[in-house]
Design a protein around this ligand. Structure first.
Ligand code: GRF
Length: 196
């Protein structure tokens, strides 16, 4: 069984999609650990309700590199095959990424190259486009950059409100994330995680 660590900051609907896919056997994996950088994240409750260990690691005045080193220790102890950023509002530095080469995936509610960073759905809606989308990519040190693993287009309808568009985007995210994880985890042996 492949092992996932999921990093979160908020609601955790994408974490929920992963937990359900694991439970239903659509994903041959288990969530070994959930870590939030925000104590109040609802995602923590979702994890615990599913019987998954859920920890908070706040930055608490640490430098980014100090925080990333502490986070890497926590994550490495869970021996993940993949680390999934599912609404994790923190930009990881090389201190973390070099510990898990090619193993860190991020989900972003926009198409590659469009609307990196916060409020991507709102910015796509306000731009008056008729097409946006969601993507999953490997994480590099940029903001929502790195090799793209999958994309799903989402139409913006003339009658859409920001709320209706947001709802459709989230549905697309839940589908795409599971599809990309299925591909990532299919017939490969677990890469060794560098501990220590
Ligand atoms: C998602 O839109 C994700 O793409 C973005 O943050 C949001 C998290 O939603 N990075 P949730 O916490 O999984 O419900």
């Amino acid at each position: 069984m492949k092992r996932l660590v999921v990093l979160v900051s908020g609601n955790g609907s994408n974490l929920q999609a992963i937990l359900e896919a694991c439970r239903e056997g659509r994903l041959k994996a288990e969530v070994a650990l959930v870590v939030s950088n925000r104590p109040g994240a609802y995602a923590l409750e979702r994890a615990r309700a599913a019987g998954v260990e859920a920890l908070v690691l706040s930055r608490d005045g640490r430098s980014r590199r100090e925080y990333d080193a502490a986070l890497a220790e926590l994550v490495a102890a869970a021996r993940p095959d993949r680390v999934v950023l599912a609404g994790f509002l923190h930009i990881l530095s090389s201190v973390f990424l070099e510990r898990f080469p090619d193993q860190v995936l991020n989900l972003h509610p926009a198409l590659p190259g469009a609307f990196p960073g916060l409020n991507a759905i709102e910015r796509a809606f306000e731009a008056g486009l008729d097409q946006t989308g969601v993507m999953v990519h490997r994480v590099d040190e940029g903001v929502d950059t790195g090799p793209v693993l999958g994309v799903e287009q989402v139409s913006i309808h003339p009658e859409d409100s920001l709320e209706s568009l947001t709802e459709r985007i989230h549905q697309a995210e839940h589908r795409l994330l599971i599809r990309c994880l299925q591909e990532e985890l299919s017939d490969e042996t677990s890469p060794a995680v560098r501990l220590g």
